[in-house]
Design a protein around this ligand. Structure first.
Ligand SMILES: CC(C)(COP(=O)(O)OP(=O)(O)OC[C@H]1O[C@@H](n2cnc3c(N)ncnc32)[C@H](O)[C@@H]1OP(=O)(O)O)[C@@H](O)C(=O)NCCC(=O)NCCS
Length: 394
């Protein structure tokens, strides 16, 4: 088996047949044609294939994205389209391709990576740790009826994604700057989104600024309003969009809406009846995962006033000893050679601390390392808990 990076022009012949079999409904006459039509949106992806006797049997891509981690925006490698043809599975091709991609992206200046796993334990072995799942709130129109009478200093516009794309893009840029974990796709992939024709986009405006946006579709008269991710920059933006949903009272029965992990829809109104749930299932409904690809490149990240030396275990990219110092308010991270470490961490353990989803006391329980007493305290101070919201799907 040979691993080779392919050029965008080779994707139709090498990658699409594998992708169509793995991710499409099949057999279906048009699945390859549809995927081929979409390849122009993937021109910026880095794609590698595994070839046996010159025939591509597995492929995987990295999407060049950006992500806010604790307030700093980093280049982020979004791993996507990992697939192996059935006859070539369980030979290690998928994990070899992902490892190759991670190395390439790290060398190109991407210090972090995220993905949506078909099974988290597979990517756990490659250093990834789980991030929180979004919630879905399903509520009757009566839950937002009160907003029709409320006097809110703003307005809502709705239309096609194409018509409102600039406003949406502006909001995405604002959330990327403000929100821990938030990630955005490259322009080529965003334009794929802007050409989607099976959803409306509602935008909330306060003065001349977009304060919220949500995609939605109406599944039928007297049926449901099915909304995508609720993106809001303020409570007013949220209230404006909920009030807009309320105007559909005699048209639809209920609203379903995807909200960030830290959101509590039951607190949106006094009589807010809703069913709020989060489902993780594999491969259909995975929560995202993330990992660090370069510790030194995280220097400058706002962290707490802690100081600790760690050994990162068993990894092709970041194994080694580091001194992590936050006493100046920003992370100083450097490799060291001689120190006996205060704590040992797997890459998943370190990544969980950096992303704010792990307490040091969880490390030995999860098999993510050891940090006793003082070292656990220093790690807790350095990397306080913080709930990331990835948002982007890829
Ligand atoms: C998921 C998928 C990509 C895995 O591809 P693969 O090439 O078989 O993956 P690998 O061989 O690297 O690893 C698969 C398993 O085989 C095991 N394995 C690897 N080499 C092996 C060998 N020589 N003998 C036995 N098992 C082996 C791996 O340890 C891994 O074990 P696990 O299932 O317990 O995690 C493939 O099944 C697929 O295309 N599925 C449909 C699409 C999909 O779900 N894609 C993932 C999107 S994130």
């Amino acid at each position: 088996m040979e691993i080779r990076q392919i050029h965008a022009s080779e994707r139709q012949a090498r990658s699409v047949p594998i992708q169509a079999y793995a991710f499409g409904r099949s057999p279906a006459a048009d699945v390859r044609e549809r995927m081929q039509g979409n390849q122009r949106f993937y021109a910026e992806h880095t794609t590698v294939v595994a070839e046996v006797d010159g025939v591509a049997v597995a492929d995987a891509s990295a999407v060049p994205m950006r992500q806010n981690v604790r307030g700093v925006i980093y280049p982020m490698a979004g791993i996507a389209g990992v697939a192996t043809l059935p006859q070539a599975r369980r030979r290690g091709y998928a994990s070899a391709l992902v490892t190759e991609l991670l190395g390439m992206m790290r060398d190109n200046g991407y210090p972090v990576s995220t993905l949506y796993p078909f099974r988290p334990s597979f990517y756990g072995r490659l250093g990834f740790v789980g991030l929180p799942q979004t919630k879905t709130a399903v509520f009757p129109l009566s839950s937002v009826a009160w907003l029709r009478e409320a006097s809110l200093a703003g307005s809502v516009r709705w239309g096609t994604l194409k018509e409102h794309y600039d406003a949406y893009r502006a909001l995405i840029g604002r959330l990327l700057a403000d929100r821990h974990g938030f990630a955005v796709l490259p322009e080529s992939r965003m334009s794929e989104f802007s050409e989607t024709e099976d959803h409306w986009l509602a935008t909330a405006w306060v003065d001349d600024t977009v304060a919220g946006a949500v995609t939605y579709r109406i599944s039928g008269f007297g049926d449901d309003l099915v909304a995508g991710d609720l993106l809001t920059a303020s409570p007013l933006g949220r209230a404006l969009l909920l009030g807009f949903f309320g105007t559909h009272a005699d048209q639809v029965e209920k609203v379903s809406l995807v909200v960030p992990p830290a959101e509590s829809p039951e607190l949106w109104g006094t009589d807010f009846a809703a069913e709020i749930s989060a489902t993780t299932a594999f491969p259909a409904s995975p929560a995202p995962m993330a990992r660090v690809l370069s510790v030194e490149a995280l220097a400058g990240m706002p962290v707490g006033d802690g100081h600790v030396t760690v050994e990162v275990l068993d990894d092709p990219f970041i194994a080694g000893h580091y001194e992590l110092d936050g006493t100046a308010g920003a992370l100083d991270a450097r490799r060291v050679t001689t120190l006996v470490p205060d704590a040992t961490l797997t890459v998943a353990g370190l990544s969980g601390l950096v992303y704010g989803v792990l307490d040091p006391d969880e490390l030995p329980i999860r098999g993510f390392g050891q940090a006793t007493g003082q070292a656990a305290g220093q790690l807790r101070t350095l990397f306080p808990r913080a709930l990331p919201y990835l948002h982007a799907h890829f």
